[in-house]
Design a protein around this ligand. Structure first.
Ligand code: 5GP
Length: 235
């Protein structure tokens, strides 16, 4: 890659301008954070494993008709993506209860949601990414009714593609987060799909293979990311 200018350094990725108006380079770093940045560690190989995981899932989603920002993998830790105008909204689907919904509503961990539950969150670290309603989104003029509906439909479609894919390898896709952005007027899937932004449990043992290993101090974070990736045919 020639000249590049860091545009934005997130908690685990850095986004670079590569001199092309419609493309960006994204680097997956080894940083891991939890508790809205309160907890931090550098985990060897995390960038490489997450980059491979994201590339695999984004390509699979594209093959299944989901339009994404992802264009190509250019190194072990870097991808080139379409330059989206990102919405500050997180779309979450939950197939089972874990994390935030258990704390918020007192629901027992592991409860199955059929149909899956959908939630919007506002992406704002200073507010701790609060859950928001559609009315809040309209009031803040963050997205149109039509685009909100599309985000919801697309997130459920991603769930319908990924849940059986993970199940085939013996994993329960408990929940995940997606982010979307506009590209030439069209809503595309952006950000990433990695074990940092989903919950993945072994169907038989219930063992945790996702970022909760870091958040909950369960240890062997990257060993489990690698084990999951190997079982899924990614690494
Ligand atoms: P919860 O609301 O239970 O904390 O998270 C629900 C799902 O969304 C989990 O899979 C979690 O990893 C993901 N998620 C929610 N917020 C964030 C975030 O700010 N960053 C990342 N990487 N994942 C998130």
């Amino acid at each position: 890659m020639s000249e590049r200018l860091a545009l934005y350094k997130g908690k685990s990725k850095t986004v670079y301008d590569i001199g092309k108006p419609s493309e960006l380079l994204v680097e997956f770093r080894n940083d891991a954070t939890g508790g809205n940045g309160a907890k931090h560690a550098v985990l060897e190989e995390k960038g490489r494993v997450n980059c491979a995981f994201d590339a695999f899932i984004m390509a699979m989603l594209a093959e299944n008709g989901i339009k994404t920002h992802w264009l190509k993998k250019v190194s072990d830790t870097e991808i080139v993506v379409r330059r989206l105008d990102m919405l500050p909204i997180e779309c979450i689907v939950r197939n089972r209860a874990a994390g935030g919904i258990c704390k918020r509503l007192g629901i027992e961990r592991g409860r199955v949601f059929a149909p899956p539950i959908f939630e919007f969150f506002l992406k704002d670290d200073s507010l701790g990414d609060p859950i928001i309603t559609e009315d809040h989104i309209f009031m803040m003029q963050l997205a149109s009714k039509e685009n909100l509906a599309s985000m919801k439909v697309l997130t459920h479609r991603v769930n319908n593609i990924l849940k059986p894919f993970f199940a085939k390898a013996g994993f329960d896709l408990v929940d995940f987060k997606l982010e979307f952005g506009y590209y030439q007027g069209e809503l595309l899937l952006g950000d990433e799909f990695t074990l940092d932004g989903c919950r993945l449990w072994d169907i038989q043992s219930g063992e945790i293979y996702d970022k909760d290993r870091f958040r909950l101090d369960l240890g062997d974070v990257i060993q489990f990311y690698k084990k999951a990736s190997t079982r899924l045919g990614i690494l």
